[in-house]
Write a protein of this length. Structure first.
Length: 222
């Protein structure tokens, strides 16, 4: 899967149709060709909304809920999503660049053809989510929970994983070889089918040994 380069706003095929968001947020709402430029959405209730061919520039989502909303062909640059509920949302052909997601509840979400460029994901709950053709490029994933998630064609080039969790995950063609660091807090035994490099195998060896109960001991008492 080819990794597309980050795009500028003017490069979007629908850029000339974008209209500024004037608010307020509706529930449910339909937002087609809308530009959320610097919008601050605090405690917004946008559940079951549809966002299509829309752009988000330096917008802030703080708290609030967009549960069961759909995001089709959306572009997000410099966006902060903090303490927001994105559970059961659907994302198709989305691009996040230089964004922050912290304390986000995105369990049971569906992401397909989504790219994260230079983003920070901190304490993001993706339990039970479905990720297909998703790429994390030069990202930091800290305390991200993939427990029970189905991951297909997922890659992490240049990204750092810290205390990631994969209990009961279902990986298919997951490629971790280009990740700069693999900090896995739980679920090593559920990563069968994922691909790692030889150096990464050596780095994970102590944790793998602990997982299967293997005792590693060099000193002998004769």
């Amino acid at each position: 899967m080819r990794i597309p380069a980050p795009r500028e706003l003017a490069e979007l095929p629908y850029a000339h149709r974008l209209e500024p968001f004037t608010g307020p947020m509706e529930r449910p709402g339909a937002y087609e060709s809308v530009h959320f430029d610097g919008s601050v959405l605090e405690d917004a209730e946008g559940g079951r909304s549809l966002f299509s061919e829309s752009a988000f520039s330096s917008a802030v989502f703080e708290r609030g809920s967009f549960r069961r909303s759909r995001f089709d062909d959306v572009w997000l640059h410099g966006v902060r999503v903090v303490g927001t509920e994105l559970a059961d949302t659907t994302w198709l052909d989305a691009e996040f660049t230089a964004g922050v997601l912290a304390g986000v509840e995105a369990h049971d979400a569906e992401l397909r053809r989504v790219v994260f460029h230079q983003c920070k994901l901190d304490s993001v709950n993706l339990r039970g989510a479905t990720l297909r053709e998703v790429v994390f490029v030069d990202c930091l994933l800290r305390d991200v929970d993939f427990g029970g998630a189905a991951l297909t064609d997922v890659r992490f080039p240049g990204s750092t994983l810290e205390r990631a969790r994969f209990e009961r995950a279902r990986p298919t063609k997951v490629d971790l070889r280009d990740a700069t660091a693999l900090g896995i807090a739980a679920g090593l035994g559920d990563l069968g089918g994922a691909t790692i490099s030889t150096p990464q195998l050596f780095d994970l060896a102590p944790a793998l040994a602990g997982h299967i109960g293997l005792i590693v001991e060099d000193d002998r008492d004769d």
